[in-house]
Design a protein around this ligand. Structure first.
Ligand code: 2AM
Ligand code: CA
Length: 264
Protein backbone atom coordinates (compact mmCIF):
# COMPACT_ATOMS: atom_id res chain seq x y z
CA UNK A 1 0.00 0.00 0.00
CA UNK A 2 1.36 3.38 -1.02
CA UNK A 3 0.25 5.83 1.67
CA UNK A 4 2.03 8.75 0.00
CA UNK A 5 -0.02 8.21 -3.14
CA UNK A 6 -3.24 7.88 -1.13
CA UNK A 7 -2.37 11.07 0.75
CA UNK A 8 -1.90 13.10 -2.44
CA UNK A 9 -5.04 11.58 -3.93
CA UNK A 10 -7.18 12.27 -0.86
CA UNK A 11 -5.98 15.87 -0.63
CA UNK A 12 -6.90 16.62 -4.22
CA UNK A 13 -10.28 14.91 -3.79
CA UNK A 14 -11.00 17.03 -0.70
CA UNK A 15 -10.08 20.25 -2.53
CA UNK A 16 -12.27 19.34 -5.49
CA UNK A 17 -15.19 18.51 -3.17
CA UNK A 18 -14.70 21.82 -1.34
CA UNK A 19 -14.99 23.66 -4.64
CA UNK A 20 -18.22 21.79 -5.42
CA UNK A 21 -19.66 22.84 -2.06
CA UNK A 22 -18.70 26.50 -2.53
CA UNK A 23 -20.37 26.69 -5.94
CA UNK A 24 -23.43 24.85 -4.60
CA UNK A 25 -24.56 28.13 -3.03
CA UNK A 26 -25.38 29.31 -6.55
CA UNK A 27 -27.86 26.49 -7.08
CA UNK A 28 -30.91 25.05 -5.34
CA UNK A 29 -30.26 23.54 -1.92
CA UNK A 30 -32.99 21.10 -0.83
CA UNK A 31 -33.20 20.59 2.91
CA UNK A 32 -34.59 17.44 4.53
CA UNK A 33 -34.47 16.18 8.08
CA UNK A 34 -33.27 12.75 9.17
CA UNK A 35 -33.75 11.15 12.61
CA UNK A 36 -35.40 14.26 14.05
CA UNK A 37 -36.55 17.65 12.79
CA UNK A 38 -33.23 19.33 13.69
CA UNK A 39 -30.99 16.65 12.16
CA UNK A 40 -30.60 18.20 8.71
CA UNK A 41 -29.37 16.83 5.41
CA UNK A 42 -29.28 18.43 1.97
CA UNK A 43 -28.87 17.32 -1.62
CA UNK A 44 -25.33 18.72 -1.38
CA UNK A 45 -24.38 16.37 1.50
CA UNK A 46 -25.57 13.48 -0.67
CA UNK A 47 -23.95 14.68 -3.89
CA UNK A 48 -20.59 15.25 -2.22
CA UNK A 49 -20.64 11.82 -0.59
CA UNK A 50 -21.50 10.21 -3.94
CA UNK A 51 -18.69 12.15 -5.61
CA UNK A 52 -16.14 10.74 -3.12
CA UNK A 53 -17.53 7.24 -3.40
CA UNK A 54 -17.50 7.09 -7.18
CA UNK A 55 -13.86 8.23 -7.26
CA UNK A 56 -12.68 5.94 -4.46
CA UNK A 57 -14.47 2.92 -5.92
CA UNK A 58 -12.95 3.62 -9.33
CA UNK A 59 -9.37 4.17 -8.14
CA UNK A 60 -9.17 2.02 -4.98
CA UNK A 61 -11.63 -0.82 -5.65
CA UNK A 62 -10.42 -2.91 -2.68
CA UNK A 63 -11.04 -0.14 -0.17
CA UNK A 64 -14.26 0.30 1.81
CA UNK A 65 -16.11 3.52 2.53
CA UNK A 66 -18.11 4.50 5.62
CA UNK A 67 -20.09 7.62 4.76
CA UNK A 68 -22.64 9.44 6.91
CA UNK A 69 -25.28 9.54 4.19
CA UNK A 70 -25.15 5.78 3.71
CA UNK A 71 -23.99 5.49 0.09
CA UNK A 72 -20.85 3.61 1.08
CA UNK A 73 -20.39 0.09 2.41
CA UNK A 74 -22.12 -1.63 5.29
CA UNK A 75 -19.18 -1.71 7.71
CA UNK A 76 -19.27 -4.39 10.42
CA UNK A 77 -15.53 -4.69 11.18
CA UNK A 78 -12.53 -2.39 10.86
CA UNK A 79 -10.50 -4.88 8.80
CA UNK A 80 -8.82 -3.60 5.65
CA UNK A 81 -8.69 -0.02 4.38
CA UNK A 82 -11.72 2.11 5.31
CA UNK A 83 -12.30 5.70 4.23
CA UNK A 84 -14.51 7.33 6.91
CA UNK A 85 -16.23 10.32 5.41
CA UNK A 86 -18.52 13.10 6.52
CA UNK A 87 -19.21 15.09 3.33
CA UNK A 88 -20.49 18.06 5.36
CA UNK A 89 -19.87 18.09 9.08
CA UNK A 90 -21.99 20.87 10.54
CA UNK A 91 -24.91 20.70 8.11
CA UNK A 92 -26.95 23.03 10.30
CA UNK A 93 -24.20 25.64 9.89
CA UNK A 94 -24.08 24.94 6.14
CA UNK A 95 -27.82 25.64 5.90
CA UNK A 96 -28.15 28.52 8.37
CA UNK A 97 -24.78 30.27 8.17
CA UNK A 98 -23.11 29.20 4.92
CA UNK A 99 -19.87 28.82 6.89
CA UNK A 100 -18.44 26.88 9.85
CA UNK A 101 -18.78 23.45 8.26
CA UNK A 102 -16.12 21.04 7.09
CA UNK A 103 -15.43 17.98 5.02
CA UNK A 104 -14.02 15.33 7.33
CA UNK A 105 -12.11 12.24 6.15
CA UNK A 106 -10.05 9.63 7.97
CA UNK A 107 -8.34 6.69 6.28
CA UNK A 108 -7.98 3.71 8.60
CA UNK A 109 -6.04 0.49 8.01
CA UNK A 110 -7.14 -2.44 10.19
CA UNK A 111 -8.61 0.05 12.66
CA UNK A 112 -5.53 2.31 12.85
CA UNK A 113 -5.91 5.91 11.67
CA UNK A 114 -3.19 6.50 9.07
CA UNK A 115 -4.35 9.68 7.29
CA UNK A 116 -6.68 12.44 8.47
CA UNK A 117 -8.15 15.53 6.80
CA UNK A 118 -10.48 18.34 7.80
CA UNK A 119 -11.29 21.01 5.24
CA UNK A 120 -12.93 24.18 6.57
CA UNK A 121 -14.40 24.87 3.18
CA UNK A 122 -15.34 28.55 3.36
CA UNK A 123 -12.15 29.65 5.14
CA UNK A 124 -10.10 27.35 2.89
CA UNK A 125 -8.25 26.06 5.95
CA UNK A 126 -6.98 22.56 5.26
CA UNK A 127 -5.90 20.46 8.24
CA UNK A 128 -4.08 17.22 7.53
CA UNK A 129 -1.94 14.57 9.16
CA UNK A 130 -0.26 11.28 8.43
CA UNK A 131 0.36 9.01 11.39
CA UNK A 132 3.85 9.58 12.79
CA UNK A 133 4.56 12.50 10.48
CA UNK A 134 2.96 15.45 12.25
CA UNK A 135 -0.09 17.57 11.58
CA UNK A 136 -0.41 20.55 9.26
CA UNK A 137 -2.68 23.53 8.77
CA UNK A 138 -2.27 24.37 5.08
CA UNK A 139 1.54 24.27 4.69
CA UNK A 140 2.40 25.03 8.31
CA UNK A 141 3.28 22.33 10.76
CA UNK A 142 1.21 22.48 13.96
CA UNK A 143 3.31 22.48 17.15
CA UNK A 144 2.94 19.92 19.94
CA UNK A 145 0.33 20.89 22.53
CA UNK A 146 1.52 21.90 25.96
CA UNK A 147 -0.22 21.30 29.26
CA UNK A 148 -2.89 23.83 30.26
CA UNK A 149 -4.71 23.74 33.62
CA UNK A 150 -8.51 23.79 33.61
CA UNK A 151 -8.57 27.35 35.02
CA UNK A 152 -6.84 28.55 31.82
CA UNK A 153 -8.66 26.26 29.42
CA UNK A 154 -11.26 27.14 26.79
CA UNK A 155 -13.60 24.20 26.28
CA UNK A 156 -15.64 23.37 23.20
CA UNK A 157 -19.02 22.15 24.37
CA UNK A 158 -22.62 22.42 23.22
CA UNK A 159 -25.21 23.91 25.61
CA UNK A 160 -27.16 20.64 25.17
CA UNK A 161 -24.83 18.95 27.66
CA UNK A 162 -25.18 21.70 30.27
CA UNK A 163 -28.98 21.50 30.19
CA UNK A 164 -30.54 18.37 31.75
CA UNK A 165 -30.03 15.53 29.26
CA UNK A 166 -30.17 11.76 29.14
CA UNK A 167 -26.45 11.18 28.62
CA UNK A 168 -24.54 12.90 31.43
CA UNK A 169 -24.95 14.45 34.90
CA UNK A 170 -25.42 18.08 33.92
CA UNK A 171 -24.70 19.42 37.44
CA UNK A 172 -21.09 18.27 37.05
CA UNK A 173 -20.99 19.88 33.61
CA UNK A 174 -22.14 23.16 35.18
CA UNK A 175 -19.19 22.90 37.60
CA UNK A 176 -16.85 22.30 34.66
CA UNK A 177 -18.17 25.36 32.83
CA UNK A 178 -17.77 27.48 35.97
CA UNK A 179 -14.18 26.37 36.61
CA UNK A 180 -12.75 26.70 33.11
CA UNK A 181 -11.73 30.02 31.55
CA UNK A 182 -14.50 29.96 28.93
CA UNK A 183 -16.56 27.84 26.58
CA UNK A 184 -17.15 27.90 22.83
CA UNK A 185 -19.49 25.99 20.55
CA UNK A 186 -18.80 25.86 16.82
CA UNK A 187 -21.43 23.30 15.76
CA UNK A 188 -19.07 21.05 13.82
CA UNK A 189 -17.25 18.27 15.63
CA UNK A 190 -14.58 18.20 12.91
CA UNK A 191 -13.87 21.91 13.25
CA UNK A 192 -13.71 21.63 17.04
CA UNK A 193 -11.21 18.76 16.74
CA UNK A 194 -9.15 20.84 14.32
CA UNK A 195 -9.27 23.76 16.75
CA UNK A 196 -8.00 21.58 19.60
CA UNK A 197 -5.16 20.43 17.32
CA UNK A 198 -4.35 24.03 16.43
CA UNK A 199 -4.43 25.12 20.10
CA UNK A 200 -7.41 27.47 19.68
CA UNK A 201 -9.48 25.59 22.21
CA UNK A 202 -8.09 23.17 24.80
CA UNK A 203 -10.75 20.46 24.86
CA UNK A 204 -13.91 19.41 23.04
CA UNK A 205 -16.65 17.26 24.53
CA UNK A 206 -19.72 15.72 22.92
CA UNK A 207 -22.01 12.97 24.16
CA UNK A 208 -23.06 11.61 20.79
CA UNK A 209 -20.64 11.43 17.91
CA UNK A 210 -20.40 9.04 14.99
CA UNK A 211 -17.22 7.58 13.46
CA UNK A 212 -17.28 9.97 10.47
CA UNK A 213 -17.46 12.99 12.81
CA UNK A 214 -14.15 12.12 14.50
CA UNK A 215 -12.18 9.76 12.23
CA UNK A 216 -10.16 12.42 10.41
CA UNK A 217 -9.80 14.74 13.37
CA UNK A 218 -8.46 12.03 15.65
CA UNK A 219 -5.47 11.40 13.37
CA UNK A 220 -4.73 15.14 13.28
CA UNK A 221 -5.21 15.73 17.01
CA UNK A 222 -3.11 12.73 18.04
CA UNK A 223 -0.18 13.99 15.96
CA UNK A 224 0.12 17.08 18.18
CA UNK A 225 -0.25 15.09 21.40
CA UNK A 226 -3.98 15.57 22.09
CA UNK A 227 -5.73 12.67 23.81
CA UNK A 228 -8.85 11.28 22.07
CA UNK A 229 -11.11 8.81 23.89
CA UNK A 230 -14.66 7.88 24.71
CA UNK A 231 -15.91 8.82 28.20
CA UNK A 232 -14.53 5.61 29.65
CA UNK A 233 -11.05 6.66 28.65
CA UNK A 234 -10.86 4.05 25.90
CA UNK A 235 -10.09 4.47 22.21
CA UNK A 236 -13.38 5.25 20.39
CA UNK A 237 -14.58 2.03 18.76
CA UNK A 238 -15.55 3.67 15.44
CA UNK A 239 -18.44 1.32 14.67
CA UNK A 240 -21.27 3.36 16.19
CA UNK A 241 -22.22 6.47 18.15
CA UNK A 242 -20.39 7.23 21.38
CA UNK A 243 -19.62 10.05 23.81
CA UNK A 244 -16.25 11.61 22.91
CA UNK A 245 -13.60 13.86 24.40
CA UNK A 246 -10.45 15.32 22.89
CA UNK A 247 -8.16 17.47 25.03
CA UNK A 248 -4.62 18.43 25.82
CA UNK A 249 -2.85 15.82 27.93
CA UNK A 250 -3.50 16.33 31.67
CA UNK A 251 -6.64 18.34 31.00
CA UNK A 252 -8.16 15.24 29.40
CA UNK A 253 -7.59 13.24 32.58
CA UNK A 254 -8.86 16.05 34.83
CA UNK A 255 -12.13 16.50 32.91
CA UNK A 256 -12.77 12.79 32.53
CA UNK A 257 -12.14 11.83 36.15
CA UNK A 258 -13.57 14.88 37.92
CA UNK A 259 -16.45 16.15 35.77
CA UNK A 260 -17.89 13.46 33.49
CA UNK A 261 -20.56 11.29 35.12
CA UNK A 262 -22.31 9.25 32.45
CA UNK A 263 -25.86 8.07 33.00
CA UNK A 264 -25.95 4.46 31.94
P1 2AM B 1 -23.34 16.64 11.28
O1 2AM B 1 -23.57 18.09 11.04
O2 2AM B 1 -22.49 15.98 10.24
O3 2AM B 1 -24.63 15.88 11.54
C1 2AM B 1 -23.00 19.34 16.02
O4 2AM B 1 -23.29 19.35 17.35
C2 2AM B 1 -21.97 18.28 15.70
O5 2AM B 1 -22.39 16.98 16.13
C3 2AM B 1 -21.77 18.16 14.21
O6 2AM B 1 -20.47 17.72 14.00
C4 2AM B 1 -22.82 17.12 13.81
O7 2AM B 1 -22.47 16.46 12.63
C5 2AM B 1 -22.73 16.19 15.00
N1 2AM B 1 -24.02 15.58 15.27
C6 2AM B 1 -25.17 16.22 15.48
N2 2AM B 1 -26.17 15.36 15.72
C7 2AM B 1 -25.62 14.15 15.66
C8 2AM B 1 -26.15 12.86 15.80
N3 2AM B 1 -27.42 12.62 16.07
N4 2AM B 1 -25.29 11.85 15.64
C9 2AM B 1 -24.00 12.06 15.38
N5 2AM B 1 -23.46 13.25 15.23
C10 2AM B 1 -24.25 14.30 15.36
CA1 CA C 1 -22.64 15.36 8.04
Amino acid sequence: MNLGHMDRYAKSLMKEAGHKIRISFFKQIDIDSKADANDLVTNIDREVEQFFISRIQRDFPEHKILGEEGFGDDIQTLDGVIWMLDPIDGTMNFVHQKRNFAISLGIYVDGVGMLGYIYDVMREDFYSAAKGEGAYLNDERLPQLEITPLEQAVIGISASWIAPNRFVDNEKMIELVQRCRGTRSYGSAAIELAYVAAGRIDAYISMRLSPWDIAGGMVIAQEVGAVTTNMKGQAPHLLGQEPFIVARPGLHHDILTNYIRLKE
